[in-house]
Design a protein around this ligand. Structure first.
Ligand code: JHZ
Length: 408
């Protein structure tokens, strides 16, 4: 297995698991694109110095985020509610108790968060590299720039718009390989009492739920509080608060400021203590994680093969980026899963990355209910179970791999 280099220390990373050749998590495609499909070697490494779990290699950002990016944040009702509450909490927080505050959001997607800020006529700017989703944000009244953020861009933004009071990033920071440049940029543009608030899928949940499907091309890091504290300290910035979130199967919201600007909340010490108890600072924990992933693969293939041999129809529910890892790592194709249903129009009539399972609209699922539905969008389980009580009550069964492979 190929070892790589920690993006923060420049020293060797110890490879934890090799997932083999993987396509882009959101690389849904048409049959005439099968022959030229892009694959990369996906493996993860851990640094005991920075406590950072990271991809050894990642495709170039332009390959992943472009004018046909397939993920629209506003496809889930609950995510809409989550971002509304996030905006309301921020707007009434002490961080914004000043005249004419300025909020910037990195990776604002279709404006799911900033539309609540723009409605209040508060100065804001979204920065979103994927042109198609940025267009939706602009149409919604969210002032959005389509670009990749960097230290260089931050200098220009500070000049054009002034310094920032709250710099937000939801499900974005874990996508950025050169985080050092981003942190330098944020440090430059943040007011003295400004705060960076970001949230991402949380390593503690990934380890406890064995949700290895959070690992795909876009997620170059899976953060813990230990790792976030360590890397921001390198830039004279400080982790001042933490708030666990239920979104995306367990996320963490991190609050960062210039060093010495705020008192540390007790949550920081408490959560770091829990992480040490869970072993998130030790390579051995990730070795166990690797074994659990390999066992999950064996069990999942066995279950699907057995059901198929009994003539059962199996569909996937939600063509998530996460499902790309499950399908390709476990070698599950149309021989085991008949189709995947998804409500996102840009994914429909295409095929899943790598394994080429057809993606169909929701009506197809309704008209052709399977015997078993694999809950790929397991992080939206409450919303989906409520919506699909009819399928469940009429005998439809669900398959999950979280935290272990089973029929629900
Ligand atoms: P969902 C994305 O990951 C990509 P994904 C990204 N890299 C990231 O970091 C995370 O989000 C945070 C569909 N669906 O949210 C819609 C239904 O069909 O789990 C979506 O395509 N019916 C930015 O892709 C997918 O499932 C439904 O009822 O893993 C959900 O994708 C619902 C609720 C969803 O994120």
């Amino acid at each position: 297995m190929k070892d790589s280099i920690c993006r923060f220390t420049g020293r060797k990373l110890n490879t934890i698991l090799d997932f083999g050749k993987q396509p882009l998590g959101n690389g849904f495609l048409y049959p005439d694109q099968f022959d030229n499909e892009y694959f990369f070697d996906m493996s993860i490494g851990f640094s005991e110095e920075t406590f950072m779990l990271q991809l050894n290699e990642q495709p170039a950002p332009e390959k992943m985020f472009h004018e046909e990016y397939a993920f629209y944040s506003s496809t889930s009702k609950n995510m809409g509610l989550h971002f509304k509450k996030f905006a309301e909490d921020l707007l009434k927080s002490d961080y914004l108790k000043k005249e004419d505050p300025f909020i910037v959001e990195l990776g604002c997607n279709d404006g799911i968060f900033l539309n609540h800020v723009s409605k209040q006529k508060i100065r804001h700017l979204g920065i979103e590299p994927s042109v198609n989703v940025a267009k939706v944000a602009n149409e919604r009244g969210v002032k959005t720039l389509s670009d990749f953020f960097s230290e260089r861009l931050s200098k220009k933004l500070a000049k054009d718009y002034g310094k920032v009071d709250a710099f937000i990033a939801a499900n974005v920071m874990c996508h950025i390989p050169d985080l050092k440049d981003i942190i330098k940029g944020i440090k430059k543009i943040l007011n003295k009492k400004g705060v960076l608030i970001f949230e991402d899928p949380y390593l503690g949940d990934v380890i406890q739920k064995n949700s290895y499907d959070q690992i795909y091309d876009e997620h170059v890091y899976i953060f813990s509080a230990l790792a976030v504290q360590k890397i921001f300290n390198m830039f004279d910035m400080e982790l001042i608060d933490l708030q666990p979130q239920s979104t995306h199967g367990g996320s963490m919201r991190y609050f960062i400021s210039h060093k010495g600007s705020y008192e540390l909340s007790n949550n920081v010490e408490e959560i770091i203590k829990k992480e040490i108890n869970l072993g998130l600072n030790k390579e051995s924990t990730f070795r166990n994680f690797s074994t659990n992933i390999q066992n999950s693969k064996i069990e999942l293939r066995e279950l699907l093969k057995t059901l198929k041999s009994q003539g059962k129809k199996i569909a996937g529910y939600g063509a998530t980026s996460k499902s790309t890892t499950i399908l390709n790592y476990c070698n599950i194709g149309p021989d085991l899963i008949d189709y995947i249903t998804d409500t996102t129009p840009i994914k429909q009539k295409k095929f899943s990355p790598g394994m080429h399972i057809p993606i169909v609209d929701y009506k197809y699922f309704k008209d052709n209910p399977p015997d078993f539905a694999f809950l790929f969008a397991w992080n939206h389980s409450n919303e989906i179970m409520e919506k699909e009580s009819g399928y469940t009550n009429s005998g439809g069964k669900w398959i999950t791999h979280i935290p272990n492979v089973r029929v629900i």
